[in-house]
Design a protein around this ligand. Structure first.
Ligand code: MF3
Ligand code: CO
Ligand code: CO
Length: 252
């Protein structure tokens, strides 16, 4: 069952979305060679609590940290560690989900670490971000969920990249993951119809090589099956009663 939100409820979700945006903006200033993913975790944790929020990932289904940090070939759900240090040329996705006023705001970006970024890493990250922008523009009342996946596939596959199948976007609200599921691959005109009141994430994970993934023995860290790079961007979006599509996770 999809929990449709009133305009008032969508307004009430905006503080969580704004905090997610503020976190991702603030992280631009701290992500550099030499810092550990644990430092990113601790920054996200204190920033969130100081502003009256709660970190949804912490203890979610046993996840041990406050944020997901996914470096290079890690597709998603990377676990911050004091032993993992960023180096020049890495790419890292940071996925934040603050809870503010009882509502979740879920967003992520992939950042470049330092300045020696390979051409393929740059192309992958830029294509992934663009695929999310185009997918958001593809959301219109009366359209269907398959329009999102088709748009993302068209944006990246021509460049030789692939769309991860094993993880999907999701409805979101007072709970972290609600119906519907939002696959990032699909066929235009297929799937459920978009309607006012829907609030969901779009979070394409795009691989340099094949779309296969595997989960490491820690039970969380998802990596590319072929060891090549993966990038991800995520926004939480809402469809107003007027049909207007609003990005709750900024920019503000
Ligand atoms: N933020 C992730 C998402 O986009 C979910 C992370 S679940 C966690 O849906 F437990 F790993 F934090
Ligand atoms: Co999400
Ligand atoms: Co997320």
């Amino acid at each position: 069952m999809i929990k449709l939100k009133s305009d008032q409820e969508i307004d009430d979700m905006k503080p969580a979305g704004k905090m997610a945006w503020d976190l991702l903006e603030a992280l631009k200033l701290m992500i550099r060679p030499g810092i550990s993913t644990q430092e990113i975790n601790d920054f996200v944790h204190s920033f969130t609590l100081e502003r009256g929020g709660v970190c949804a990932p912490l203890n979610y289904k046993g996840f041990p940290k406050s944020v997901c940090t996914s470096v290079n070939h890690v597709v998603c759900h990377g676990i911050p560690s004091p032993k993992e240090f960023l180096k020049d040329g890495d790419i890292i996705n940071v996925d934040v989900t603050p809870i503010v006023g009882g509502y979740h705001g879920d967003a992520s970006r992939t950042y470049f670490v330092g300045s020696n970024i390979s051409l393929v890493a740059r192309r992958l990250v830029e294509a992934t971000e663009r695929s999310l922008q185009l997918a958001i523009e593809a959301v219109v009342v009366g359209g269907r969920v398959g329009d999102i996946g088709a748009t993302i596939q068209e944006a990246v596959e021509g460049l030789g990249f692939s769309v991860v199948r094993d993880f999907v976007g999701h409805g979101i609200g007072k709970t972290f993951h609600e119906e519907p599921q939002i696959p990032h691959y699909g066929v235009r005109g297929r799937g459920i119809r978009f309607e006012p009141g829907m609030v969901f994430t779009i979070e394409p994970m795009i691989n340099q090589g094949g779309y296969g993934t595997k989960v490491l023995s820690d039970g969380w860290t998802a990596v590319t099956a072929d060891g090549k790079l993966s990038a991800q961007f995520e926004h939480t979006i809402a469809i107003r009663s007027t049909g207007k599509v609003e990005i709750l996770t900024g920019p503000y």
